[in-house]
Design a protein around this ligand. Sequence first.
Ligand SMILES: Cc1cc2nc3c(=O)[nH]c(=O)nc-3n(C[C@H](O)[C@H](O)[C@H](O)COP(=O)(O)OP(=O)(O)OC[C@H]3O[C@@H](n4cnc5c(N)ncnc54)[C@H](O)[C@@H]3O)c2cc1C
Length: 456
Amino acid sequence: MSRPRIVVVGAGFGGLQALRHLERRIPSGAADLSLIAPNDYMLYSPLLPQVASGMLTPQSVAMSVHRMTRESQFIPGHAVGVDTSDRTVVVQRPTGEFAPVPYDRLVLAPGSLTRAFDIPGLTEFAYGNKTLAEAVLLRDHVLGQLELANDSRDPVEREERCRFVVVGGGYTGVETAASLKRLCEEAALRYPELRSEIRWHLVDIAPKVLPELGDRLGRKALTLLRNLGIEVKLKVTVREVTPDKVVLTDGRALPSRTLIWTAGVSPSPLMGTLDKPTQGGRLEVDTDLRVPGLPEVFAIGDAAAVPNVAEPNGSYCPPTAQYATRQADTVAHNVVNSILGRPLKEFRHKDLGLVVDLSGKDALARILKLELSGCSALAATRGYHLLATPSNTARARIMANWAIRGLTGGEISRLGFADDGQPASFVANEDVEYMDTEKARSEGARLLENMKERYG
Ligand SMILES: Cc1cc2nc3c(=O)[nH]c(=O)nc-3n(C[C@H](O)[C@H](O)[C@H](O)COP(=O)(O)OP(=O)(O)OC[C@H]3O[C@@H](n4cnc5c(N)ncnc54)[C@H](O)[C@@H]3O)c2cc1C
């Protein structure tokens, strides 16, 4: 292979980091590196709740692909199919057109989507907090509800607009509920009449919140949430959503115009198109991150089922940024070694723990076996995010945002994104039609032929 074409799908914790490791390992000009992704930034999603609460600007968590890569080609669009026999990815560009991208080595890291359940009204009326657009819209929507409630004399409307329901007791749900509850408290300083009417609920079908933190910190999280004024209801979930109410499985109907759904993720549908075994939608890979039977295709991150050899129970790695980032390093090493005909290494990583920012001064952290709460947890949480942020520019922006917020307090003006009142559906980014390997094969061949005719 004179000049191998290495294609990475996805600009997230796995994909973009893998590309950067590849750029470091491969001498300049020795390979063609390409990145396919719908957006030209890596989203630092663990800080999305802080974008939703206005603590951070959206730009500070969107890390530019162009700043972070040196000589890779960025291809905007969704990878919608992979022709594994002729080694071509079919990309749907933002214009709707299709384009073929041939590869010698392929790294699939398209991440995950919010997991939707078959609950009436959910996809029509729920809000998510998984993308930058959703976080920005969520803030606008919540502030808009308070504004309208304050302006209404109808007690039913005021109740509906002042009640917010978050589903999901994992880190996304807990951090989103806590940070938005605090945003509402700040807003209530301007709307004193609403202060006693604002209600936040957090519900989860599980018997505890944040199970990853362990029992002691999990109980502490529950206490902190309740002290913050969030009603936590466990062992229940949502049965139905309408524009003005959320019906729970225990029969309770909560008058509310805001349901925020954070109950889990499902892997990118791209992984199901390869005609290879999946685990809950995640594409199965070997311990060296290669897809079995496709030695030139690798998969990592939330969309890959990576055997967790460092854990004794033989489970798969959890879908977290912590694992995706480490897998990126291993995959870059293995891509290069597979080209050079050298041995590949196994992915191995021992979980380092979890940090949870409950906003204000509240935080919890489990770092290896160390359990922290209070100021030490807050310092660990902030420090972890700064260290895990893969760009100095972003790090500087985040720190500046925290400092400005500390000095000047929060802002409660809406930006106008939710003016049409339409929720951002959490499956919005999947307005994409995927194709199986057969279709990708015929489409890829046709597109390559067209290209040859046009460009020679
Ligand atoms: C609110 C929130 C808080 C979180 N907090 C934490 C935390 O504290 N700690 C932690 O470890 N993890 C946390 N996570 C989870 C973490 O963000 C994910 O596990 C991590 O992003 C997975 O990395 P990834 O590379 O697999 O996917 P992502 O980082 O999601 O990247 C996927 C990339 O693929 C692109 N893409 C999608 N479909 C296609 C396609 N068809 N073609 C091309 N590109 C595509 C996307 O646009 C994106 O660029 C959090 C997640 C959320 C939403």
